[in-house]
Each structure stands twice: as C-alpha cells, then as structure tokens.
Design a binder for this molecule. Sequence first.
Ligand code: MN3
Length: 206
Amino acid sequence: MVYQLPALPYAYEALDPVIDPETMHLHHDKHHQAYLERLNDLLESNPSLANLPLAQLLGNPSQVPESAQQILRNHSGGYYNHNLFWESMRPFAEKMEPEGELLDGLETAFGSVEHFMEQFHQAGMKHFGSGWVWLVIDSDHKLQIVTTANQDTVLAQNLTPILLNDLWEHAYYLKYHNLRAEYLKKWWEVVNWRTAEKRFLEAKGV
Ligand code: MN3
C-alpha cells in the first residue's frame, strides 16, 4: 500500500480571508506531503504493516515494532489528521451553520452551539505547543472536546473524530503570527458542518 496526497476539496484560495493561499500551499503541498512521504518510507521498510488499514495502524500502535512506533505516531498521524482537517473545512463564500442531529447533539452535550464553540476555543488556547483540538464522539455516543499533542490522533483512545483544528503554528503563523486566539476565532467561518454532521451520524450508526 502506498498512500497518496489527497487533493484539497476546494481551491487553495477558497478559505481566504480566514486562511491565506500561501499558508494553504505550504500546509498541504509541503507539510502534509512530508508526513505522507515518511509514512510511505515506514511502510516500505516494514512490509508486514503495509496491508493494515491506516485507522487500524493508528488505533493500535503496539502492532508495529517498537523502533517504528514513534515514526508511526508522528507521520501516519500527520497524514491522517490532515486528511480529516481539509475535509473539515469549506469555502469561505459557502455560508454554513450546524443543523439537524449534530445541532441537537451539540445542544445536549454543551448547552448551545455558542457554549460548544467557546469550550473548543478554550481547549485550543490552553493546549501548550503543537497539536490538535477535536470534537469527538465516544463509545457511548457522547460528544466531547479533547486535545492531542504533536500528530497524535484520537483513535488510540477509542474516540471517533467529528471535527478538528490544527494548533501547529504552521497552520496560522504567516497570517496571524503568534495570535492563536484570532485564528481559532476566525476558523469557525470555514468549518464544514455538513462533514461534521456526516461523521456524527456515521459514528452513531444512523
Ligand atoms: Mn498541520
């Protein structure tokens, strides 16, 4: 199995003015590409891993030789997380709000969409250094907000991703410099709530 870099589901400039095209080019064509190449290198040198689905590799890191576990975490995680991340956004011009079962789920879990957004924002702000902030669903179908360090995914914790934002400085530094709060605030304007709802319904087995 050789993994490929997925094309963005929109143009590089489609997220502007929330995320600038230069950031999107660097983030997708350089950073995501680098995780992909190192993942493919890992699989090439460990052919027994190559037939496992990526989600299975990520959810069970002990399946890989100890010497490869950190590389697996970093690069397969980086590859997988960015695949989810691009799909979690939509063009700035395409206005969108949470609806339907996801809206109900957010209101049940957090009181309101505004409370959810505030808690997600605070979790992203409190997370020290690089990583990700996630909306996930657990095995009891409960929505939760969690953060992970570096390129760790939530799969090893038996959580299913619904929405995620990238807390690495490479995601925002060109435009927002050190102002992570500004980036997190603006990001809601490019969130793809339809994708989040689709993941939510799939995770609940609807
Ligand atoms: Mn990134």
